[in-house]
Ligand binder design. Structure first.
Ligand code: ATP
Ligand code: MG
Length: 425
């Protein structure tokens, strides 16, 4: 039996890959405009990094990691996300010694052992940004506005941007006590997971998707109610700056991130039209994370965005651009002598940057012309016995059907001119 690709993975073939290239290029352009530089880290890391950097109590660490022993008996894990790796690099490569804050972005594959479904894969791709070494509210606002402006450039509509503040460990201790007090009377109505969370991490109960838990928590004290003065000022400043940047957002007090190193701002972007997996971007402030993985105390802010889900949204909303034009020209050479001459011509044209191609199967004139058409070539460059004798090339416009003869001597110059004209319009 033929071998199949692993469940939850995809082959991205020509015809589809163009939309990925378009999306990635737009992301890179926006990052350049905002002054973010790319970072690439290893696809696998010591498992310990994710235990500490993602958190032992998270679904990712508890259920979703691809962990294996290498031949030296070291526990390794395919990265399920990249924030931990970026923070490790910040410490290991001493990026804290550079002018702060350090503004980085990444695009790459991530791996999580999940149940595959629409918008959920085992190998998927994230675009993300991390700012390390900046604690001001303007950092939070800059990053969220980058996300917003990227979506505007892509033409996405129907976006829901939710913003909240989970405060610092001090405000959270206060909130935790209030929340436990509020929930204790109806503790028995909570789902099994939430019962578990009650002692360990009651904050997470607020974003449980179970309807009964949602009913129990309606009217519960929110993190915003207990923000200390510093966290409150920070949050108000973020909201004011988002207004200035024209970001349409909503404060959602149920949006939480459950781990201690997540602080202050949290945000998420949803597009309802793409179904149950509607979250296309999530992020926030993590002032405790770099220290957690052994670095100097360093504030951080970032997000991760799923490329598959953004592409799905673009597709559903018919916002993907028309396919790029195909080859500029196809050489149609007949006979070995013409093929040799044509091969040299293609070499000249390609060196000058023109996308030109030729028949590689020794087919007939008719078949070659048909294939040129199918490949979307604008011109066929015909070189038969007659042309060889007259030392000319027959340039046939495949869209208009017109053709001209050009002396072989001038042909590179002539085609170059035609190409430049075509590129301009
Ligand atoms: P979800 O609730 O959908 O599982 P998450 O909270 O696990 O999302 P994050 O870890 O915050 O997601 O990752 C950021 C983004 O990466 C998500 O908003 C989503 O767009 C994308 N993403 C996460 N897991 C997957 C996956 N298995 N397949 C495709 N995209 C994913
Ligand atoms: Mg998940």
């Amino acid at each position: 039996m033929a071998i199949q690709r692993p469940k939850g993975t995809q082959d991205l073939l020509p015809g589809t890959i163009e939309t990925w290239q378009y999306l990635e290029e737009t992301m890179r352009n926006v990052c350049r405009e905002y002054g973010y530089e790319e970072i690439r880290t290893p696809i696998f890391e010591a498992t310990e990094l994710f235990l500490r950097g993602v958190g032992q109590t998270t679904d990712i660490v508890k259920k979703e990691m691809y962990t294996f022993l290498d031949k030296g008996d070291r526990s390794m894990t395919l990265r399920p996300e990249m924030t931990a790796s970026v923070c490790r690099a910040y410490v290991e490569d001493k990026l804290y010694g550079q002018p702060q804050p350090v503004k980085l972005y990444y695009i790459g594959p991530m791996f999580r052992y999940e149940r595959p479904q629409s918008g959920r894969f085992r190998q998927f791709h994230q675009f993300g940004v991390e700012v390390l070494g900046g604690d001001q509210a303007v950092v939070d606002a800059e990053v969220i506005s980058l996300v917003w402006n990227l979506y505007q450039r892509l033409g996405l509509t129907g976006l829901e941007v939710h913003v909240n503040s989970v405060g610092c460990p001090v405000c959270r201790t206060k909130h935790r006590a209030l929340l436990q007090e509020f929930l204790s009377a109806r503790r028995d109505d909570l789902c099994k997971d939430c019962l578990d969370r009650f002692e360990r991490n009651p904050l997470r109960i607020l974003d449980c998707k179970n309807p009964t838990c949602q009913a129990v928590t309606s009217g519960a004290p929110t993190t915003r109610d207990t923000l200390c003065e510093d966290c409150s000022t920070h949050f108000e400043r973020v909201l004011a700056l988002l207004e200035v940047a024209g970001v349409l957002f909503r404060v959602n007090p149920r949006l939480v991130r459950g781990l201690d190193y997540y602080t202050k701002t949290a945000f998420e972007v949803m597009v309802e039209e793409i179904g149950a997996q509607s979250s296309i971007c999530g992020g926030g402030r993590y002032d405790g994370l770099v220290e957690e993985i052994g670095g100097p105390p360093t504030p951080g802010f970032g997000f991760a965005m799923g490329l598959e889900r953004v592409l799905l949204a673009l597709q559903v909303q018919h916002k993907l651009p028309e396919q790029k034009p195909g080859m500029f020209a196809m050489l149609v050479a007949l006979g070995e002598k013409a093929q040799t001459q044509g091969f040299a011509l293609l070499n000249d044209l390609r060196t000058q940057g023109l996308p030109v191609s030729m028949d590689l199967l020794g087919r007939s004139l008719k078949a070659q012309l048909k294939s040129a058409d199918r490949q979307g070539a604008r011109y066929a460059l015909i070189l038969g016995e007659e042309e060889m004798e007259k030392k000319v090339l027959l340039i046939k416009d495949l869209t208009l059907g017109e053709q001209i003869e050009v002396p072989l001597m001038n042909v590179v110059e002539e085609l170059n001119k035609m190409y430049q004209r075509g590129v301009k319009v």
